[in-house]
Design a protein around this ligand. Structure first.
Ligand code: NAP
Ligand code: MG
Length: 398
């Protein structure tokens, strides 16, 4: 059999722990037998990030800008325990945060829906993607405790030194105050990424905030989305037969629960944080959640939403058998390969991505799955397999 040829390399970002083990096996068992895989490899494993003073993460992000498509393995975000474990020079920042900042990207998370893993919400038939604005608001806020008798105001000093004061509250009792911000530019980037992604996925886009209460702050989000939609995207949406609509977050939550799914829900930073966990749980499993970072100028980085599955890795190191679910990481590869195929005009590469996803889903739907799914699957005839067996079962069907 002739292997599928590629034109432009994918940016490949290797990672840590159990997902690093799986990464290698996916390539060996599912990709290399079929594709003449062309990648530009960056080792984002923590040891190498430490050796390069995290330069490798920046280089990988720059390469992603250059080539347009990347696939990333889960990586450790260091904490105090990791400082000792890896003898780190510094507590390096989250690679995802670094990459997101350099690409000015928005993250879209979408569950993979399979027979046997039923959503908790009975009406959900199709996946719901969530887009979280990843800048500002309460995540970049200043907060203080305020004593009784104090008066709090917002003071804005313009470039020319002129000042405006806006009262917050006259405190009769002790209390708290918080100041937060966002930027028109960041909101606009978020809007462009959402509209673009909706067009590409041919799915409706919903956007929700609390603009009835937050008449200036949240209203600014609503207005920027509306302006950009009218100016840049309305015609294309109509042509594609999809809709954009804005609604109050309370209404959005009610509609989401009653819906069949199959749309993209754009959320402000905090709402997206909370609602993405709600959706991941609602659809059944974090191990089945895919993630793609899309920049406003159309650069894509695919990954799994879950972490490095540390607990399984320590079992693996101790020589014990593991049953780690590789589906979300496989879909990161298929997503990246399909996108590369689309950009380079390689229909056989796109077709391979489709077949890889189908073989993965068929495997689970035929009752062969990893332990995490085995525990929640409603199929009557099912068996749990180990990490490598699962990949071999997919390969058989592929
Ligand atoms: P995690 O790796 O997502 O795993 C948490 C638990 O969820 C696992 O212990 C496992 O439960 C279950 N799980 C997650 N993915 C699974 C899979 N593919 N197959 C089977 N079970 C799965 O989160 P964590 O343990 O909190 O974090 C570990 C490391 O990942 C941390 O260093 C963190 O910084 C990093 N992280 C990276 C990313 C990223 O790169 N995008 C995202 C999140 C976290 P059981 O143990 O019960 O089997
Ligand atoms: Mg969260």
């Amino acid at each position: 059999m002739d292997k599928i040829q590629m034109k432009t390399p994918l940016v490949e970002m290797d990672g840590d722990e159990m997902t690093r083990v799986i990464w290698q096996e996916i390539k060996e068992i599912l990709l290399l037998p079929f594709i003449n895989l062309k990648t530009e490899y960056y080792d984002l494993g923590l040891a190498h990030r430490n050796d390069t003073d995290d330069q490798v993460t920046v280089d990988a992000a720059e390469a992603t800008k250059k080539y347009g498509v990347a696939v990333k393995c889960a990586t450790i975000t260091p904490n105090a325990a990791r400082m000792d474990e890896y003898r780190l020079k510094k507590m390096w920042k989250s690679p995802n945060g670094t990459i997101r900042a350099l690409l000015d990207g928005t993250v879209f998370r979408t569950p993979i829906v399979v027979k046997g893993i039923e959503p908790y919400v009975k009406s959900w038939k199709k996946p719901i993607s969530i887009a979280r604005h990843a800048y500002g608001d309460v995540y970049k806020a200043s907060e203080v405790r305020v004593p009784a008798g104090a008066k709090a105001e917002i003071l804005v000093t313009d470039r020319d030194g002129s000042q405006t004061r806006t009262p917050i509250h006259d405190f009769q009792g002790d209390g708290v105050v918080q100041g937060m911000h966002n930027l028109d530019g960041s909101i606009a980037s978020f809007a462009h990424a959402c509209f673009r992604y909706a067009l590409e996925q041919k799915k409706d886009l919903w956007f929700s905030t609390k603009d009835t209460i937050s008449k200036t702050y949240d209203h600014r989000f609503k207005d920027i989305f509306a302006e950009i939609y009218e100016r840049n995207y309305r015609a294309d949406f109509e042509k594609a037969g999809i809709t954009y609509f804005y609604t109050l977050i309370d209404d959005a939550v009610a509609r989401v629960i009653r819906s069949e799914g199959g749309f993209i829900w754009a959320c402000k930073n905090y709402d997206g944080d909370v609602m993405s966990d709600m959706l991941a749980t609602g659809f059944g499993s974090l191990a089945m959640m895919t993630s793609v970072l899309v920049s406003p100028d159309g650069v894509y980085e695919y990954e799994a939403a879950h972490g490095t599955v540390q607990r399984h890795y320590y079992k693996h190191l101790a020589g014990e058998e593991t049953s780690t679910n590789s589906i979300a990481t496989i879909f990161a590869w298929s997503g990246a390969l399909r996108k590369r195929g689309e950009l380079d005009g390689l229909p056989e590469l796109c077709a391979f991505a489709d077949r890889l996803e189908k073989a993965s889903i068929d495997t689970i739907e035929s009752g062969v799955m990893t332990k995490d799914l085995y525990l929640i699957s409603s199929l009557s005839d099912k068996k749990a397999v180990n990490t490598t067996e699962f990949l071999r079962e997919i390969a058989k069907r592929l």
